[in-house]
Design a protein around this ligand. Structure first.
Ligand code: PXP
Length: 237
């Protein structure tokens, strides 16, 4: 199981003081040295953490794969075309959210998304959509032409009761199996940590996880290399 490390919250710490450290590019390079297979960052419309400068430097420095999370806006299309990340992950964005709230409503925006995705693909970028584990949404992802989907594990991760957790785990399993049967590469993420990740690793159809907060939180205590190595050990199949 591959791991892409989301380094947004290294930039969150820096932006808390509008300072020059900690450096997200250094965090990304250390994550790669520890064995991560990719780096993810989310350039938000409000630029609350990652800045365009970070994106440019990440593009020039990382050696694995850059996955740019972004909203499907005209501004972001221009930026993606210039930066040319290996993957763009389309996510919903609303100004007051603490973190991404739920997957993108692909069914409700299918025309806009199909056109938007075709422009990204013409630029040679693979496209992913962050999507809730629901049949109609997964089917719509295939129809709008994405290469892969990232299944939202947020509900699974947030569940407090065993019964709820199992229900949401089953939804992720079903969605992964459906997406794979439709020919899509399947990733997953959101809210995954050192305690809840194993049942997701067991889902054979999922080939990659995108994990941010838990790794950065552990990195604050033990360093980035150790935090990434600890997670990679849990991702072994
Ligand atoms: N995937 C997507 C689409 C996200 O928006 C985020 C959060 O930025 C993540 C994965 C990572 O979530 P977490 O920080 O909870 O690991």
């Amino acid at each position: 199981m591959n791991l892409s490390v989301n380094i947004d919250h290294i930039a969150t710490i820096r932006q808390a003081r509008k300072a020059v450290e900690p450096e997200p590019v250094l965090a990304a390079l250390l994550a790669e040295q520890a064995g991560a297979q990719g780096i993810v960052c989310h350039l938000r419309g409000d630029r609350r953490h990652i800045q365009e400068r970070d994106l440019k430097l990440l593009r020039e420095t990382i050696k694995t794969k850059l996955n740019l999370e972004m909203a499907a806006t005209p501004e972001m299309l221009n930026i993606a075309r210039k930066i040319k990340p290996e993957v763009v992950s389309l996510v919903p964005e609303s100004p007051n959210e603490v973190t991404t709230q739920g997957g993108l409503d692909v069914v409700g925006h299918n025309r806009h998304l199909a056109l938007y995705i075709s422009k990204l693909k013409t630029a040679g970028i693979r496209v992913s959509i962050f999507v809730d584990p629901r049949r109609q949404q997964i089917e719509a992802c295939q129809q709008v032409g994405v290469d892969l989907v990232e299944i939202n594990t947020g509900k699974y991760a947030e569940a407090r009761k065993d019964r709820d957790r199992l229900k949401h785990l089953e939804e992720v399993k079903q969605a992964a199996s459906l997406a794979r049967s439709l020919g899509l590469e399947v990733h997953a993420g959101h809210g995954l940590d050192y305690h809840n990740v194993r049942p997701i690793v067991e889902i054979a159809e999922i080939s990659e996880l995108s994990i941010g907060f838990a790794i950065v939180a552990r990195a604050a205590m033990v360093g980035m290399v150790q935090a990434v190595k600890d997670m990679l050990a849990l991702l072994e199949r």
